[in-house]
Design a protein around this ligand. Sequence first.
Ligand code: ARG
Length: 273
Amino acid sequence: MPDSRVPRLRRFLVCEPRHFAVQYSINPWMHPDTPVDVDLAREQWQALIRAYRDHGHTVETVEPVAALPDMVFAANCALVLGGRVLGSLFHAPERRPESTAYDAWFEGAGYEVHRAESVCEGEGDLVPAGRFLLAGTGFRTTREAHRQAQEFFGVPVISLQLVDPRFYHMDTALFVLDDGEDGNIAYYPEAFSPGSRAVLARLYPDAVIATREDALAFGLNSVSDGRHVFISSRAKELADQLDRQGYVPVPLDLSEFQKAGGGIKCCTQELRP
Ligand code: ARG
């Protein structure tokens, strides 16, 4: 099995953490009193970008804006699927101005941005998984936004209820290992309501199940190209499980970003053709 895992080359949009900081608190990870090592953050982010490029992926960058410290979390700005862009409507007033900068990038790149009409935080909660669009709600993205996403993309949306504030975005508790028709996922069941857990178990009987420890180490905030899994270096058990299933873990440490409640996937917006 190991050598049958074939990577699909991706195109990513990222934002350099030039103005990254923890200045306000909009999730339980954020403590403005805890110092962030900005030089280390920049090195960690550069190592991530290097790893993507070394594995053949294309990386585009949007210019960071001063006074928008969370703009580095590019995953939240939109969902791009089939070349169509559903632009976010951020929950926190502090993050709303990010949309102006991201919209300008998308328009400059030839995309037309359709704005979400209800709170919607892009790939933070909307996760394309083969034939379905998995959609989290509970803390940020609303069910109304799920409905709009289904209508806009024409992909069946599976709404999933998040219940633990530490896993306030679905991409902190679940990621897609391979997004073919019969693709698979990895997730942390306790982040979801009992009904949503049952839905995931029914759709993905062979899913990789993470421990709480690995989930809290942002192990599920990973990016997979179908073969390589760019994963938090602290999620050791999960990396071992993936290795046994024929994936190739690429461990990276994004400790500084965890202080803002983010990890590898949060820093990465995928531009799906
Ligand atoms: N501080 C940011 C927020 O709370 C972190 C966003 C993390 N992004 C993600 N895709 N989970 O909005």
